[in-house]
Design a protein around this ligand. Structure first.
Ligand code: UD1
Length: 395
C-alpha cells in the first residue's frame, strides 16, 4: 500500500550514461532518513538493453533492479521516442508520482518528461542547461526541449545557468548543484582500481597482474556524426593507427561503432585479439566490446590520455586530471575546456595527430575541478527536492 504522506518520486533511466547519474540519486533517496520521507519507483525504459550496456552497470553501481522495465529497445528516433512515451504513460497513470526525475539528454529523457508534464506531473531534470548549440545533435534537441518543460532544473556547471537564463527559464527553478557523474566517480574510483581490467585487456604481462601496464591511450567513438559516414570513420581509424605507431590504442567500441566498422569493410584497421607482448612491442589499435563502469574507470585512471566523442568522458577525465582530446567541433561541457583537461580537436586528422603527439611529448594540458564537482551533487538535489537543508557548499 502506498504511504500517502510520503513524496512519490519516479526516476527514469534509459541508456548507459543515465545509469551512472541515477546511481547516486537512488543511493541518497534510499538512505534511512530520506526513505522515511519519499518513496521511489525506478523505471528502466530499455533504450539500452545489452548485458554490457545495461545490466552490468546496474550491478557494478549497486542500482536496485528497476521496478518497471519498458523494454523498448533500439529503433529510429521517432519510433524509439514514441514507444517510450506509449509505454511510460500507463506507468505514470497507475503509480501517480508527485514528480518524475529524468537525467541527461537521451531519447528516454525527453520522452518521459513529455509524458509527465502532459499528465500534470512535475518534472525534475538533472544535468539541465548544457548546450552544444549544434541542433544536428539529437541530444541537443532533447536537452532544449526537456529544460523547457521541467519544473526543477539541476545544473552541473556554471555555463548551464547562463544558457537557461538566456532561454527565459525562471531563476527560481534553476539550481547549480554540481555533477552527479562525479559523485559516482568519487565513490567508486578506489574500488575500480582493484578491477581485473589491466590483465583482462592484456595491458600487463601474463601472470603479473601487479606490474605496471604498457603505456596506452583509451579511445571511444559512437556519435553518429563520427561513425555513420564510412569515409569519416575511415579517416578517424587511419589517424588512430598513426597514433598507434607511437603508443598502444585501446578502443572499447559501442555496438553502433562496431557495426559500422564491420559493415564498411574497415575491420582491417583494428586488432580484436592480442597478447601483452604484441600490444607492448608493436603497439597499434585494439578494439574490444563495451567495458563495464568499474573497468573503464580503472583504465582511465591508468591511461596516458583519452580520445573520445562522449559527453560524460570529457567530465570524468577532467575529474581525474587526465588529458582528453575530444573529437568533435563543439562541446556542451565548456567547463572541461576552461578549467579542466579537455581539448576540442575536431575531426581533422592532422590536428588530432598533432595534439596527440604534443601530449606524448609531455606537453599535456593541466586542469582543476569545476565548481561543486565535489561528490555531493546528489545530496544537494535530494535536499532541494525533499525541502531539507542544503549541505555545506564545496570548500
Ligand atoms: C544513446 C544516446 C547518446 C549516448 C549514448 C551512450 C540518444 C539520442 N542518444 O546513443 O546520447 O551518448 O546512448 O551510449 O538517446 N545498441 C545495442 N545494444 C544496446 C543499445 C544499443 O546493440 O544495449 C545498438 C543498436 O544497434 C542501436 C544502436 O546501438 O540501434 C544505437 O542505440 P541508441 O540507444 O539508439 O543510441 P546510442 O547511439 O546508443
Amino acid at each position: 500500500m502506498a504511504d500517502s504522506k510520503k513524496l512519490r518520486i519516479l526516476l527514469v533511466a534509459g541508456a548507459r550514461p543515465n545509469f551512472v547519474k541515477i546511481a547516486p540519486l537512488m543511493d541518497r533517496l534510499r538512505d534511512a532518513e530520506n526513505a522515511a520521507r519519499a518513496e521511489t519507483l525506478l523505471v528502466h525504459t530499455g533504450q539500452h538493453y545489452d548485458e554490457a550496456m545495461s545490466r552490468l552497470f546496474f550491478d557494478q553501481l549497486g542500482i536496485p533492479r528497476p521496478d518497471v522495465n519498458l523494454e523498448v529497445g533500439s529503433g529510429k528516433h521517432g519510433k524509439q521516442t514514441g514507444q517510450i512515451m506509449m509505454s511510460f504513460e500507463p506507468v505514470v497513470e497507475e503509480w501517480k508520482p508527485d514528480m518524475v526525475l529524468v537525467v541527461g539528454d537521451v531519447n528516454s529523457t525527453i520522452a518521459c518528461a513529455m509524458v509527465a508534464v502532459k499528465l500534470g506531473v512535475k518534472v525534475a531534470h538533472v544535468e539541465a542547461g548544457l548546450r552544444s548549440f549544434d541542433r544536428s545533435m539529437p541530444e541537443e534537441i532533447n536537452r532544449v526541449l526537456t529544460d523547457q518543460i521541467s519544473d526543477w532544473l539541476f545544473v552541473s556547471e556554471a555555463s548551464g545557468v547562463q544558457n537557461l537564463m538566456l532561454e527565459g527559464i525562471s531563476p527560481s527553478q534553476v539550481h547549480l548543484v554540481g555533477n552527479v557523474m562525479i559523485d559516482s566517480l568519487k565513490k567508486f574510483l578506489s574500488v575500480a582500481r582493484n578491477s581485473a581490467a589491466l590483465w583482462q585487456y592484456h595491458l600487463v604481462p601474463k601472470g603479473q597482474p601487479n606490474s605496471p601496464p604498457a603505456p596506452f591511450v583509451l579511445v571511444t567513438l559512437h556519435r553518429p556524426s563520427n561513425v555513420d559516414d564510412p569515409e569519416k570513420l575511415r579517416s578517424l581509424l587511419e589517424v588512430l593507427n598513426q597514433v598507434g605507431e607511437q603508443i598502444a590504442v585501446l578502443f572499447p567500441a559501442h555496438p553502433r561503432t562496431r557495426d559500422r566498422i564491420e559493415k564498411s569493410g574497415l575491420a582491417g584497421f583494428v586488432h580484436t585479439e592480442w597478447t601483452y607482448d604484441q600490444l607492448a612491442q608493436e603497439k597499434g589499435v585494439y578494439m574490444c566490446p563495451p567495458i563495464g563502469y568499474l573497468e573503464f574507470l580503472h583504465l582511465m585512471s591508468e591511461a596516458s590520455f583519452v580520445m573520445t566523442d562522449s559527453g560524460g568522458i570529457q567530465e570524468e577525465t577532467t575529474a581525474l586530471g587526465l588529458p582528453c582530446l575530444t573529437l568533435r567541433e563543439n562541446t556542451e561541457r565548456p567547463s572541461t575546456l576552461i578549467v579542466g583537461t579537455n581539448t576540442l580537436v575536431g575531426t581533422d586528422p592532422a590536428r588530432i595527430l598533432s595534439e596527440a603527439r604534443q601530449i606524448l611529448a609531455g606537453l599535456s594540458k593541466k586542469g582543476t575541478f569545476p565548481e561543486l564537482w565535489d561528490g555531493k551533487a546528489s545530496d544537494r538535489i535530494v535536499n532541494i527536492l525533499l525541502g531539507t537543508n542544503p549541505p555545506p557548499s564545496a570548500t
